[in-house]
Design a protein around this ligand. Sequence first.
Ligand code: GFB
Length: 315
Amino acid sequence: MQTDSKISVFGGTGLVGSSIIRELKKQGYLNIDAPRSNELNLLDKLQVDEYFKTKEPEFVFMVAGLVGGIYGNSKRPADFLYQNSIMILNILEAIKNFSPKTKILFTGSTCIYPKENPQPINEDRFMAGRLEETNKGYAVAKGLGVVACQLYRQQYNINAIALMPTNMYGPNDTYDLENGHMIPSLIKKFVEAKKNKSPLTFWGTGTPRREALYVDDTADACIYLMNNYNEAEIVNIGTGFDYSIKEFITILEEVIDYKGEIIWDTTKPDGTLEKRTDITRLKSIMPDFSPRSFKDGLRETLKADFGWEEENGVK
Ligand code: GFB
């Protein structure tokens, strides 16, 4: 990408998209278009066609999607399947028909991998086994996106690359306690419990293990790969290191300086028990990739989204 290249970010108001825009601006890119969903509805094929016909962007970061945590996913599996499938198909078809020189970067998710894997999970595990039930709709849609990127490349020579980020958090996250992801929900619950001195309720058994990738590290990797990677093979973006949910809670107790009674709601599912990514391929492309620790990212997030500083108790 040149600093004046025409760059589009789809999903620019979300966690990943807003971070990519911040980082692009920081790196001096000047020509960024980030249409909101009321300006460009990615579910509407005619609107998507018109966008590519008139704008012909040189680079597209496709990070839009219907997203949610374990409960949101399991309540609306058909919506997650439909919306996430249609969006990427509309975009690839429009690129093929109206803007074939556009390079597109698509983000999937590590939930495309089977429920059970040798750890860490490398990219060859895609389609190697049965999926986790709690996010099957989302996983199938994201898997379809991956295959679509590969097939449009194969048949139409579209430069589509696909990256698979792990569980993320960071500034501008969605703090929806029912439908949201685990890390922002834990953060929000701790912030509220500290304020109200109330007990804390978490889901499942606390034994599943998850990675925690700070979103600005994801954005760095996305921009780097947009500039330096042009292959069909998918690439994991993770930390290569995981914690159990209970270990995340211990870190939050320390950083937020709050230790209340903890209740485990075991009517809520655990989901997949572990999904640590193998980031060997990413490191071979981007040797300097070095994601920050959960403690550091957590402090940044508390400052950005909750206005917390050291004197408020952030350690
Ligand atoms: O982020 P999350 O909702 O989804 O994390 P996944 C779920 C894990 O955290 C389960 C436990 O083991 C839950 O039992 N957990 C504990 C909680 N307390 C809470 C809480 O308050 N809220 C939530 N949400 N979980 C996601 C997919 O799967 O992985 C997404 O749903 C995406 O689609 C993402 O693919 C990468 O980590 O299981």
